[in-house]
Design a protein around this ligand. Sequence first.
Ligand code: GTP
Length: 551
Amino acid sequence: FPVDKIRNFSIIAHIDHGKSTLADRLLEMTGAIAKTDKNKQVLDKLQVERERGITVKAQTASLFYSHHGQQYLLNLIDTPGIQAQTVANFYLAFEAQLAIIPVINKIDLRNADPERVESQIEKVFDIPREECIRISAKLGTNVETVLKAVVDRIPPPLACPNDPFKALVFDSSFDHYRGVVTNVALFGGQVKKGDRIVSAHHSKTYEVNELGLLRPDEHPTQRLYAGQVGYIIAGMKDVKEAQIGDTLHLQDQPVEALPGFKPAKAMVFAGMYPMDQSEYPGLRSAIERLTLNDSSVTVQRDSSLALGAGWRLGFLGLLHMEVFNQRLEQEHNASVIVTAPTVPYKAILSSAKLIKEHGSEEITIVNPAQFPDRGVVSEYLEPVVLGTILTPDSYTGKIMSLCLSRRAVQKNMVYIDDQRVMMKYLFPLNEIVVDFYDQLKSLSSGYASFDYENAGYQTAELIKMDILLNGNPVEELATVVHRNRAYSTGKSMCERLKDTIPRQMFEIAYGGDITRKMKLLKKQAEGKKKMRLIGRSSLASKNSLSDLPAE
Ligand code: GTP
């Protein structure tokens, strides 16, 4: 395929707006998949994805499409839906000067109002309404227009067939039989089986064993060419060797590395412990297997007096964490205790001695147990995010009170049509990690949407709050809170503890299916010593798994 007949595109949309359905229709229409089982979502594969109807792992597919009497190769990158960041992603795409095709889905619904949505798009994103395409991904209405627009409105990729081979690694996964499978986009030249390729990141050399297109299943080919998107298997044993954002080139033809990606930073941390220490090795291998295919999860060993040896894991966001937990349980049958989520705080050290010991004046705190004493700190910092809320105007009053109660500062508020309002707030991240989204949804009868992007750090009056049980501080219950929130947080934790502790023998607030619950109950019966652990598990679950279906 000549580069001018190639188009790369992805679908950005809020959770549940029909990305996967649209992707399936596009695959069907271009013959990549059969038009059978209408509701089967090909790009969504994991059990948790099917159950929760959300996309966890990005899947890529190359489509062949004829338009203007010409064959085109369209590379669809199905973006993961685990962060509701449509607005933030729109601005990223806009800043990168990417072509944007506004598509309004679900026009078959009786209460669909595409006129109104077009006005909103005009107002919020400054895109002329004439550019909008109204579709029903479910019924297939107008989906062909989307394919045509991809060809007509998106420029071909900037790729040079005559340059040396140069590819960007944008995803990777692990296959037990074949090792690491890297997904790559070729910016220059070509590559074939048997070529010796080098990772610009760590300078290791590999021989290409297999390569091909993703349609969306792997489809081996002889070569990959500039402009194409596909996969390469080259004897890498560990996904850490295939860093997302790395550049691959030929052994004897070094190239300047591509700018790559800003690595996604973990923003929510939680401790994970086996229910019983005898399950430690099993849980360790389950966590290892899962992180093999999700390099955005950070893992650190950790231990606590009551819970024993475990880990502190970092996730991109709360939903990411919940999905990870659910996969651990479902796919690896692991029973875990999850502690309440925390965010990465920072402290600026004031003591010269500590700065020297530490090698820098700034430390990041991901575990309340490491919270440094006031005496050695000149300033504490907390991560903040810029949140965008879209809501019918009848709920603005309630939403403003909710935001105020979360220490949020309003940045902007505009009407995007005669009934809908867009509000922007700067939130301390820790104020939204627990149940903000649930509360927003419930006080707006489900109508308000929420989207956030990271916005750096701000000074905060942080303190470590200990909880004493029978007069002894319990390390696992310690949290870092804002001084103004200490009293209310402490009070509500004590109230929950009061409710939780005596009932341990009978009830566990834990998401998951009934067989898991029975298993947990059986385990509890195995020994009273576990009561203590379960007490914490229950608390932690209420916090961290708030989105899971209640039993
Ligand atoms: P994430 O993977 O979580 O980001 O969601 P998604 O955007 O991929 O949404 P998905 O395709 O899973 O669709 C969400 C729901 O909307 C499903 O129940 C679909 O059947 C439904 N849906 C998608 N497109 C249409 C449409 O055009 N009309 C109607 N009525 N329903 C649709």
